[in-house]
Design a protein around this ligand. Structure first.
Ligand SMILES: Nc1ncnc2c1ncn2[C@@H]1O[C@H](COP(=O)(O)OP(=O)(O)OP(=O)(O)O)[C@@H](O)[C@H]1O
Ligand SMILES: [Mg+2]
Length: 286
């Protein structure tokens, strides 16, 4: 396949800032036979059990499953926040489990994450402006370019500097706070954005708003998005492909349409039965 940039690959409104050299459609991130065991009183838990997944560049993969199915444990291993018990994780031909030093810091810049509770990630005494500027201290972005980059990234999540920069966290809505956290992640110019229950604490309207922002980031910037949720409705609204986890294992995988219209497993059918109008309200057009 021809080597093209993710930005070039995704249509009209692309941005040079994100023109990493990635072959669109090929797996930018992948895990192979990944298992995670935890030792607990009286034995061990297999939280993630022999999971193999691929994350094609410039697409959204949703990992969906009920509480305790192993989604966040998988995410933490992918983010190299936790070692694997066995298996391998590959990012652009690099063995993630063996990265260290400068390479690991580079990985942590290119694979950014947004979690459930944006409020917990804020220092309440800093304005959004100082939070974002402080994040850039860790990068090589020159000071005189920092505000332009911040403004650009706020724009990607539909916030103006006036709406956000001078505000303290409690002065923003939950959806605005989550969008600020996405903007902060984007400032690192990531290739992959991992969102673990990033919309779970939001009410329905704000949730759709953040889902649409994530959709647009894939479309406009060619970002690869890993969207983790317990809600198969949200997964199908946003994702190109869906993987369903149960008790640490991937029990179903396919395109969103395949999973909705032709689910194989009883577990997937049960999750789908909780969202009766899903077929009618299939995801927004790409
Ligand atoms: N550090 C740990 N030590 C022991 N057990 C753990 C640890 N972290 C997670 N677990 C267990 O691993 C299993 C999977 O947990 P995980 O947090 O990955 O699930 P999840 O799918 O993200 O759930 P939720 O939807 O509630 O966030 C659970 O049984 C959990 O109790
Ligand atoms: Mg979780």
């Amino acid at each position: 396949m021809e080597q093209i940039t993710t930005a070039e690959a995704t249509g009209d409104r692309t941005d040079d800032m994100f023109s990493h050299s990635v072959v669109t459609g090929e797996a930018v991130l992948a895990c192979q036979n990944v298992t995670k065991e935890f030792s607990v009183a009286g034995g061990k838990i297999v939280a993630v059990d022999d999971v193999s997944l691929q994350f094609p560049a410039g697409s959204v993969l949703a990992v969906v499953g009920e509480s305790g199915s192993g989604k966040s444990t998988l995410a933490r291993m992918l983010l190299r926040l936790m070692p694997v018990t066995s298996g391998s994780i590959t990012y652009r031909d690099q063995d993630v489990t063996r990265l260290h030093g400068r390479q690991l810091r580079g990985y942590w810049r290119e694979v950014q994450a947004v979690f459930q509770d944006p409020f917990a990630s804020f220092n309440q005494f800093f304005t959004v402006g100082s939070l974002l500027r402080r994040s850039l201290h860790l990068t090589e972005v020159p000071k005189d370019e920092a505000d332009d980059l911040i403004e650009q990234c706020l724009g990607y999540v539909d916030l103006t500097p006036d709406e956000a920069m001078g505000k303290f966290p409690h002065q923003l809505s939950g959806g605005q706070r989550q969008r600020v956290m996405i903007a902060r992640a984007l400032m690192m110019k990531p290739t992959v954005l991992l969102a673990d229950e990033a919309t779970s604490m939001l009410d329905a309207t704000l949730r759709v708003n953040v889902l649409n922002v994530l959709h647009d980031l894939k479309h406009d910037l060619g970002l690869t998005v890993l969207f983790i949720t317990h809600d198969i409705g949200q997964a199908c609204y946003l994702a190109d492909r869906v993987a369903v986890m149960e008790h640490g294992r991937v029990v179903e995988r396919g395109t969103t349409e395949e999973v909705i219209f032709d689910p194989h497993g009883d577990y997937t059918k049960r999750l789908l039965s909780d969202v009766p109008d899903l077929k009618g309200s299939l995801k927004r057009s790409a």
